[in-house]
Design a protein around this ligand. Structure first.
Ligand code: NAP
Length: 263
């Protein structure tokens, strides 16, 4: 990459987001790192600047706050930067029965992984279109191809991200702006710790797992190549094809009876 470009990565304090930050910095992009844990972002920023000589700014924000996307982009502009690459990565999954979960917790999931993802794209895409170049990477999941999981908003949310990313790519590609839905399967990160499923996840076969940096490398390569959908890892690619071929009634029963993360 010759000219200096800036990537905004949400959820950069851990896991796949931090891995994206490493991959993009190694490719010479300046960065804006977003998450709630400021200290984690600051130490990552120092490491990336020291290692790759790129400019790295930190914006601490809670994306479950409806005002966060606008205020993050305002901060980016105040820093004199524009977003050329947006990595909509922040997310986590609830793991409690729908009827017994407070609405505020469900609303926060939707706000972080649906509304903020869409609004951040809406805030930066006009500028990308005007400049004739941009990349938007939205973290979907292999879950978007899988049977829906009982009680989870997560599979529906990631299906939204998969579909909308493709719709936006169709609209924007002619203007030099590519949108890529990156769909990892089980990936080593803090995700299952946050979800409270570490124990069940640890029992899954090793072949189903990827490292976060492998996901980020493959996701960034797909975005550069203008792919609208990137299922990461060979095993996940095969699984995504197999699962799409399964009839809906069978998917429902599989989702109801075979959730690998439920005891
Ligand atoms: N790991 C997997 O198996 C897997 C598989 C498929 C897809 N994914 C998707 O990949 C993305 C990254 O997940 P991960 O595995 O890297 O999880 P992770 O290690 O738990 O990291 C999640 C990141 O999201 C940030 N985040 C969560 N809630 C936030 C909020 N309200 N406001 C701002 N930032 C928030 C966290 O930062 P703070 O806590 O500092 O705010 C953290 O940086 C997610 O969208 C996830 O759904 C993960």
């Amino acid at each position: 990459m010759t000219q200096s470009r800036t990537a905004l990565v949400t959820g950069a304090s851990a896991g796949i987001g931090a891995a994206f930050a490493h991959v993009l910095a190694a490719d010479g992009l300046d960065l804006v790192l977003v998450a709630r844990r400021r200290e984690k972002l600051q130490s990552l920023a120092q490491e990336l600047t020291a290692r790759h000589g790129v400019r790295v700014e930190v914006v601490s924000a809670d994306l479950s706050d409806p005002g966060a996307p606008r205020s993050i982009i305002d901060s980016v502009h105040e820093l004199g930067l524009q977003v050329d690459v947006l990595v909509n990565n922040a997310g986590s999954s609830g793991n409690t029965a729908f009827a017994e979960t407070e609405w505020s917790a469900l609303a926060a999931e939707i706000q972080v992984m649906v509304t903020a993802v869409t609004e951040l794209a809406h805030l930066v895409v006009p500028g990308m279109k005007e400049r004739g170049w941009g990349r938007v990477i939205n973290l979907s999941s292999l879950a978007a191809f899988s049977p829906p999981g009982e009680s989870l908003l997560y599979t529906g949310i990631k299906s939204y991200v998969l579909d909308v990313s493709q719709s936006l790519d169709m609209e924007l590609k002619p203007f030099g702006v590519h949108v890529t839905a990156v769909c990892p399967g089980f990936t080593h990160s803090e995700f299952h710790e946050t979800m409270g499923t570490s124990e069940a996840a640890a029992k899954l076969p090793k072949v189903l797992w990827q490292e976060a940096d492998a996901v980020a490398r493959e996701g960034w390569a797909a975005a550069q190549a203008g792919k609208a959908v990137c299922v990461t890892g060979r095993v996940n690619k095969v699984l995504s094809h197999v699962m799409r071929a399964v009839p809906y009634r069978v998917q429902y029963e599989l989702g109801r009876t075979m959730n690998p993360l439920k005891d």
